[in-house]
Design a protein around this ligand. Structure first.
Ligand code: UT7
Length: 322
């Protein structure tokens, strides 16, 4: 029974911040950011929230899929920047869109969050317990950045992307997937939680934000992502050249180029949104997919490879027949 993406949607904050805008508030330049990363601008949230953008992306995905909120059985949000510890972002989305029958929860797999949500939804749908799922990747990373660390804060943006996923009894859909984690190396990309408020515990109340060893994450990405994609494409009984598009997590153009080179696939099969979005962690794959969908790039029968990678460390890939 095929698990198929039947609709996509996305939502970006209104405020666009260019590299030149950043150069006015820190020691950086458009030249450094664009040549090292491919990023030219990003959307940063002011009034927008993770739940609000998630709900808007969800509405657009449901409209695109032609399904109503009443048909949604399951809502999973991949995020590391939910607006609150509780309730979960997915529960706020449920309330906002009126998906009364759904069960809703968040997962934390950082930049692989949307991919992990897809695989979890697939597992639920294949059991027959649920028929239609809404999976979302959403972040307001700007609120957890260390804005005094120019090597990380210039890379990230805010936004949400969503997909409606359905088990429809047809062949095709999700053909194969791979996912993994390496907790031992997790420290190379981290963000401590809020400080302990227990009055019995002596602890620092200092606020801490995202810390990243960029070069270690880069090395991880350019080895683990091609390996995972290779495994998944083989499991789908396909060759690399059979894949029409590789829609990867948007962290750095140099990572996309390195993965293309390792897989011996032309770079033009790797669509790019990081130039105008930056890295939006869990949201980057569904936003990219929605852009491709709305441009009419995705045709029935096409083979699409997806991959996410990042904090945890986590990685995940999937091959879909559109
Ligand atoms: O979602 C997954 C998350 N993360 C990633 O995928 C990140 C993967 N890593 C990367 O993309 C790259 O490692 C970065 C883009 C983060 C950094 O690029 P790099 O080529 O590894 O640069 P670097 O950290 O080695 O820094 C080179 C120089 C340093 O100056 P010195 O020591 O050579 O004088 C930095 O201080 O660039 C300097 N630098 C900057 N200069 C201007 C670092 N950030 C900036 C900046 N503007 N924003």
């Amino acid at each position: 029974m095929g698990t198929r993406i039947i609709g996509t949607g996305s939502c970006l904050p209104e405020t666009v911040v260019t590299n030149d805008d950043l150069a006015k508030i820190m020691d950086t330049s458009d030249e450094w950011i664009s040549t090292r990363t491919g990023i030219r601008e990003r959307h940063l949230a002011k009034d927008e929230t993770t739940a609000g953008m998630s709900a808007e992306a969800a509405r657009r995905a449901m409209e695109n899929a032609g399904v109503t909120a009443q048909e949604i059985d399951l809502i999973i949000v991949g995020t590391v920047t939910a607006d609150q510890v509780t309730p979960a972002c997915a529960c706020e989305v449920q309330a906002e869109i009126g998906a009364d029958h759904a069960v809703a929860f968040d997962i934390n797999a950082a930049c692989s969050g949307f991919m992990f949500a897809l695989h979890i939804a697939h597992a639920y749908l294949q059991t027959g317990v649920y028929r239609t799922a809404l999976i979302i990747g959403a972040e307001t990373l700007s609120k957890i950045m260390d804005w005094s660390d120019r090597s990380t804060c210039v890379l990230f943006g805010d936004g949400a992307g969503a997909a409606v996923v359905r088990a429809d009894g047809q062949p095709g859909g999700l053909l194969a997937f791979d996912q993994g984690t390496d907790g031992v190396k997790g420290r190379v990309l981290s963000c401590p939680n809020r400080s302990n408020n227990n009055p019995l515990v002596e602890t620092s109340r200092e606020l801490k934000y995202v810390h990243m060893d960029g070069q270690e994450v880069y090395k991880f990405a350019v080895t683990q992502v091609p390996a995972s994609l290779q495994k998944t494409v083989e499991a789908a009984h396909l060759a690399m050249e059979d894949i029409d598009f590789y829609a990867l997590h948007q962290a750095n153009i140099r990572i996309l180029q390195a993965v293309a080179k390792r897989l011996k696939v032309p770079e033009d099969r790797f669509p790019v949104s990081l130039d105008h979005c930056g890295n939006i962690s869990a949201a980057s794959v569904p936003i990219l997919l929605d852009e491709m969908n709305r441009k009419g790039l995705l045709k029935p029968g096409m083979k699409i490879a997806l991959a996410g990678f990042g904090g945890g460390l986590t990685w995940a890939s999937a091959v879909l027949e559109w």
